[in-house]
Design a protein around this ligand. Sequence first.
Ligand SMILES: [Zn+2]
Ligand SMILES: [Zn+2]
Ligand SMILES: [Zn+2]
Length: 193
Amino acid sequence: MYSDKVMDHFANPRNVGIIPDADGVGQVGNPVCGDMMTFYIKVRDGRLADVKFQTFGCGAAIAVSSMVSEMAKGKTIDEALAITNELVAQELGGLPKNKMHCSNLGADALHEAIRNYRDRQAGLVPAGAAASDPHEHDEGMACPYCDTALDEKDKTFCRACRIEFEECPSCGGITKKGDSACIHCGRPLRGEA
Ligand SMILES: [Zn+2]
Ligand SMILES: [Zn+2]
Ligand SMILES: [Zn+2]
């Protein structure tokens, strides 16, 4: 299901941690599954001298963060901005389709950190303030498969995919009803059959 590269980055994530005196900090989150990524960058001579991250999320999210940090380290700002979520997935040897939503955050978080760095340089935000999370509008929950916003009244059904959801008792994420395992944490779901 996962490529060897994904498993490797998940089991041995690179560049995990915080840069206390970071030049830029970017945070993005996915309210559906609770995946949360924070990227810290240190810039020297226009290059990302150091890149670190903290990710709370499923295995794919962690593998993606790790890969993004490796791809970005040593790059110029422009090169780092050219890293896309598609490129990251490619480098990882592909990701399962139902995992793309968790993974799409990786490059976004990096770009947020760069935006934060540029805003600080321009004096728009005080040093130490993290870039705001562009994904966390009040749009409520979205389908983990197609990203369509779920109905306020009926959060357990995606009209686009025609999929019924249930909440994972382990991680609280929304996962397909009747599935044997949660798409986020991979723990088995106790079916009601
Ligand atoms: Zn997830
Ligand atoms: Zn859907
Ligand atoms: Zn779960």
